[in-house]
Ligand binder design. Structure first.
Ligand code: FUB
Length: 335
């Protein structure tokens, strides 16, 4: 806002209006959760669940949102990119949970959990496709990629959630997902069919929200974990492996439970030489609606590695990446 003092030339007040760019939460116009960042050239696309719960309702999510940024500090809303009923086989029960988009051969594939109509009731995983990372995505198959009846190792009904897709250095795509059981399956090069058996990965206190990435020759799997210490709230743990199929070695926690929500969900990328850790908390209020597990808000922090490849614990902050990365950590950034 310009400040004009009597008798003086006008001066400009450069103080920021509202939250600092890059401070948390990143998005303040809607309740967002389950961040899934995707780097496409010089742009990051951020796909999120869209919390619309009222009162004490736990989850009410019927579409997925997307945002884009060239610096991770200033975000442009791209609006909803898909609605749960864009999958004709899905129910309209507000079950649009954590999704992720990936790029393959110039197309963008959006893996999303939704509840399936009868008779194969329970969560299922669908695939959307688009020529544009900004969407909109349309059902790529006309049927679910994974249904409840295909997975029998763990819980019934709500175990086929939280898909993450990782394309290995040799071009092989892998799908990982699951609630209390961590499932892994190879995808065909067409990205919309499984290519082989569904296997399970054993991880300490695995709960949900897997996120796969690779740094140098090492594979990383971050996931939400509930143990007796956190008493019902999730924390983000991780494991490393020499290959996607394992063996996976538990490496400890990346960050602790989050503020105001018992869920937390990781999304990790390297962008312009810096690593970032996306998650959600529930500190945002919009009007009379206060943050809660059903009304979460996406946040981001810098992620640093030790020289041996282990991850330094992440502190969840209000400042986020509005402050520069720590210089002392620059040396440890590269594998
Ligand atoms: O957002 C709904 C569910 O809560 C997600 O699928 C989980 O990862 C947890 O964040």
């Amino acid at each position: 806002m310009p400040l004009v003092a009597a008798g003086c030339a006008p001066t400009v007040d450069h103080r920021p209006i509202g939250p600092l760019a890059g401070s948390n939460p990143l998005i303040t116009t809607a309740f967002t959760a389950d961040p899934a960042p995707l780097v496409v050239g010089d742009t990051v696309y951020l796909y999120t669940s869209h919390d619309k719960a009222a009162g004490k309702v736990l989850f009410a999510m019927d579409d997925w949102l997307a945002f884009s940024s060239k610096d991770l500090r200033h975000w442009q809303s791209l609006g909803p990119v898909m609605h749960e009923t864009d999958f004709a086989w899905a129910t309209d029960t507000k079950s649009a949970w954590a999704a992720q988009a990936v790029e393959k051969d110039g197309k963008f594939y959006f893996y999303a959990p939704v509840k399936h109509k009868e008779p194969d009731r329970g969560f299922a995983i669908g695939v959307g496709v688009s020529d544009n990372p900004a969407g909109p995505f349309v059902d790529a198959r006309g049927s679910a990629l994974v249904t409840n009846s295909m997975t029998t190792a763990g819980r019934d009904y709500d175990e086929d959630i939280d898909p993450t897709v990782f394309i290995d250095s040799d071009g092989t795509p892998w799908l990982m997902w699951g609630h209390f059981t961590c499932y892994l399956a190879r995808l065909k090069p067409n990205m919309v069919e499984l290519d082989g058996p569904i296997t399970t990965i054993k991880l300490p206190n695995y709960t949900e929200g897997p996120w796969l990435f690779k740094r140098g020759d090492l594979y990383y799997l971050a996931y939400a974990s509930i143990d007796e210490v956190a008493q019902g709230a999730e924390r983000i743990a991780y494991a490393t492996a020499p290959a996607i199929t394992g063996p996976w070695s538990y490496r400890g926690l990346i960050t602790g439970k989050t503020r105001n929500s018992y869920t937390i969900h990781p999304g990790i990328i390297e962008f312009k030489g810096q690593w970032y850790f996306f998650y959600h908390d529930a500190l945002l209020s919009i009007g009379d609606l206060k943050g809660a597990t059903g009304r979460r808000a996406v946040a981001v922090e810098y992620l640093y590695f030790n020289p041996d490849g282990t991850i330094r614990p992440v502190e969840q902050t209000d400042a986020g990446i509005s402050v520069p990365p720590r210089r002392s950590d620059a040396a440890a950034r590269r594998p």
